[in-house]
Write a protein that binds this ligand. Structure first.
Ligand code: GRF
Length: 191
């Protein structure tokens, strides 16, 4: 029987889902129940991870919708069937419409592979190397209508070594993301 003290969450993915895997592995420890993993891509490996963990999955293929708003409306309807406390973006590669974000204000978390407010957007690791930063890192933040600009919940920095290229750095940061995201989720739920 489901434990009523667990917080219900829905996780959105688009790809490999290594952060999803870490959240699955830590779900009991941090007191969450993952009600559904939703992917906008049918071939996202994260869907296999969810299925292997016995978690419900749903594909909502964005290419099947005429507009971003239509896709987001469908996504909203599906999420609402679970009435989750949090919506966790874990490598979800779609910009969400203002309507979607407003509907779930204060409940959407994202992990970004940079030390925000530095390096919002894409190609964060190469940009950090090019800027001769000493540290890269990851940030878990609330999602607002301004890209990668919501309140930061937790961050972890990683030293950039002289021989790091973007790939090496991404790997080091990703390892830290896996530790950081479950902690940040727990922190938000304890507020
Ligand atoms: C991570 O680097 C995360 O910071 C970014 O997308 C990537 C997702 O990786 N938002 P994975 O799908 O969790 O392996």
């Amino acid at each position: 029987m489901a434990n009523k003290s667990l917080s219900s969450v829905v996780i959105l993915i688009s790809g490999s889902g290594s952060n999803l895997q870490s959240i699955i592995n830590n779900a009991d420890n941090i007191g969450i129940k993952i009600d559904c993993v939703i992917s906008n891509k049918i071939d996202a490996f994260g869907l296999e991870r969810a299925k292997n963990a016995g978690i419900a999955t749903k594909v909502i293929d964005h290419t099947q919708f005429a507009t971003r708003e239509d896709f987001d409306q469908n996504l909203t309807q599906h999420i609402n069937t679970f009435n989750p406390e949090l919506i966790i973006l874990a490598g979800f590669m779609r910009i969400l419409s203002a309507k979607f974000i407003d509907a779930f204000a204060g409940k959407i978390l994202n992990i970004h592979p940079a030390l925000l407010p530095k390096f919002k957007g894409l190609n964060t690791h190469q940009r950090a190397i090019d800027a001769r930063e000493k540290f890269a890192g990851a940030s878990v933040h609330f999602v607002t209508n301004k890209l990668d600009s919501g309140e930061v919940i937790l961050q972890k920095s990683v030293a950039i070594e002289a021989n790091d290229d973007a790939l090496k750095l991404a790997k080091k940061v990703l390892e830290q993301e896996h530790i950081l995201y479950p902690k940040a989720i727990q922190k938000v739920l304890q507020r």
